[in-house]
Design a protein around this ligand. Structure first.
Ligand code: FAD
Length: 470
């Protein structure tokens, strides 16, 4: 058994852990010190291997296929059949994942981060015992420890639904085929993104959502706009409904869905469970060292410290916001605090994006949240369909909505459903972070012709003088 020692030891190499390790490595170079990152599986964690990146590659394949199918609308003639090779698509996706994984390994080397392969658990407040892939054990001692073990898919019990062709999101990113028909449980980001992929590749997709509209954490009007746009593409959304049970009939799943109009029956090839993740908090020694929990999650303060000041926790195990970019920022904050900084997390401007076509993106308060918090609000809206750029690229669906404080014009929230919403959103993220007002935003020149003009027009609309609104 070997014993390793470092100033900062990070457990888990997802977007929280690996970013924390690199930032700690940079600081260790500057101030002296050493950093170790322990990972049991693949560098990059859920995001790189089963989440953000593979799903976006699949979305890109599906979107490109649709562009080619509709090329005639732009006067492009394809003589012959248009088809796709799903195996090749998946191989391309895997290659992207492998390349990025290798990139993290290189960044570790460049920044002096020692990477240790194995499964770790705290055995005392300064020591992690690591079980190596061959079963041998080592000890890693850290002055500071950052826990970043993330989350995993969770089994949901639906009576009768057990066995072949019941997929989790982990299975969906590694799908061996495109199902001819699919029922997706849950219309959150994961369910809706996969509904776009498999529908665009020719499957018949039904999405069952318990809440009254899809993407329940988004502004209602924007979510409904997305629902309209995606329904037009052929996706069937059954909202206010739950999957009660299922049975195997031949090679299909017969799903019984309780809807406001009674039980409806759907026969599908594959059921994808798009809901339910659990934090990876079991077996990592939290109770051994007495880490305080907040329900199922590790409790932390704004500096990302647990109740034991030299032990930090970041990312999905904190349950604060299950997003890669939040995990990464928490990782940077934790790493800098390990070196004596006094950084605090600021959650006022957390961007949230769904990468469908059109994209859906939001930051800050929804209209409903702003009103519930007692704000008198000014709302600005704009439909990108009349923009020259939207017409030129043939992507006209959508709505942009700005929520501003009526008194001072401070931007409280921005919600977007349109082509390139993810890129448009960053102006709003910065506006909220910097406490910008409508006056400042309408006094800002936006490039023409762009989709970002939709955001500019919505700012103008909230200020009461939208230029291009009929
Ligand atoms: P993880 O990424 O889960 O990483 C934790 C790491 O710790 C893993 O590598 C794990 O193997 C390792 N580990 C766990 N226990 C141990 C142990 N005992 N010893 C050693 N190592 C251990 N977020 C976005 O922001 N944008 C997106 O587009 C997006 N798309 C998604 C799509 C899907 C299908 C899914 C499932 C998620 C998506 N997410 C997205 C969410 C995002 O993946 C997570 O929020 C993010 O990965 C959390 O990062 P993390 O570092 O906390 O944990």
């Amino acid at each position: 058994m070997a014993t390793y020692e470092a100033d900062v030891v990070v457990l888990g190499a997802g977007p929280g852990g690996y970013v924390a390790a690199i930032r700690a490595g940079q600081l260790a170079k500057e101030h002296g010190g050493s950093v170790i990152c322990i990972e049991r599986e693949y560098l990059g964690g859920t995001c790189l291997n089963w989440g953000c990146i593979p799903s976006k590659a699949m979305i890109a394949h599906a979107e490109r296929y649709q562009h080619v199918l509709h090329a005639k609308e732009m006067g492009i003639l394809i003589n012959g059949t248009v088809d796709y090779d799903f195996e090749q698509m998946q191989a391309r996706k895997n290659k992207i994942v492998q390349t990025l994984r290798g990139g993290i390994g290189m960044l570790f080397k460049k920044n002096g981060v020692q990477s240790i392969e194995g499964t770790g658990k705290l055995i005392d407040p300064h020591t992690i015992e690591v079980t190596r892939p061959d079963g041998s054990k080592d000890l890693v001692r850290g002055k500071n420890i950052i826990l970043a073990t993330g989350s995993s898919v969770m089994k949901i019990n639906i009576p009768g639904l057990e066995g072949e062709n019941v997929w989790t999101s982990d299975d969906a990113v590694n799908a061996p085929f495109v199902p001819d028909s699919m029922l997706i449980l849950g219309a959150g980001a994961v369910g809706v993104e996969f509904s776009f992929v498999f529908n665009a590749l020719g499957g018949h997709v039904t999405v069952v959502e318990m809440m009254p509209h899809i993407l329940p954490t988004f502004d209602e009007e924007i979510a409904k706009e997305a629902e309209r746009a995606l329904s037009k593409q052929g996706i069937q959304f059954i909202t206010g409904s739950t999957l009660k049970s299922a049975e195997r009939v031949g090679d299909r799943w017969r799903c019984y869905v309780e809807t406001p109009n009674g039980i409806q029956q759907f026969d599908v090839q594959v059921v994808l469970i798009g809901v339910g993740r659990k934090p990876n908090v079991d077996g990592i020694g939290l109770e051994t060292v007495g880490i305080q929990m907040n329900k199922r999650y590790v409790a932390v303060d704004e500096s990302m410290r647990t109740n034991i000041p030299h032990i930090y926790a970041i990312g999905d195990i904190t349950g604060i916001a299950p997003l890669a970019h939040v995990a990464s920022m928490q990782g940077i904050v934790a790493a800098e605090n390990c070196f004596g900084a006094a950084r605090r997390m600021d959650y006022r401007a957390v961007p949230n994006v769904v990468y469908t076509v059109p994209e859906v993106a939001g930051v800050g308060l929804t209209e409903q949240q702003a009103r519930e918090q007692g704000y008198e609000v000014r709302i600005g809206k704009f439909q990108p369909r009349i923009l020259g750029r939207a017409m030129a690229v043939g992507e006209r669906d959508g709505l942009v909505k700005v929520v501003a404080d009526a008194k001072y014009g401070q931007i409280l929230g921005v919600h977007i459903c349109c082509s390139h919403a993810s890129d448009l959103l960053q102006e709003a993220v910065l506006a909220i972070k910097l406490e910008a007002t409508l006056d400042e935003l309408v006094d800002t020149i936006h490039p023409h012709p762009t989709m970002v003009e939709a955001l500019m027009e919505a700012f103008h609309d909230a200020a009461g003088h939208c230029i291009h609104k009929a």
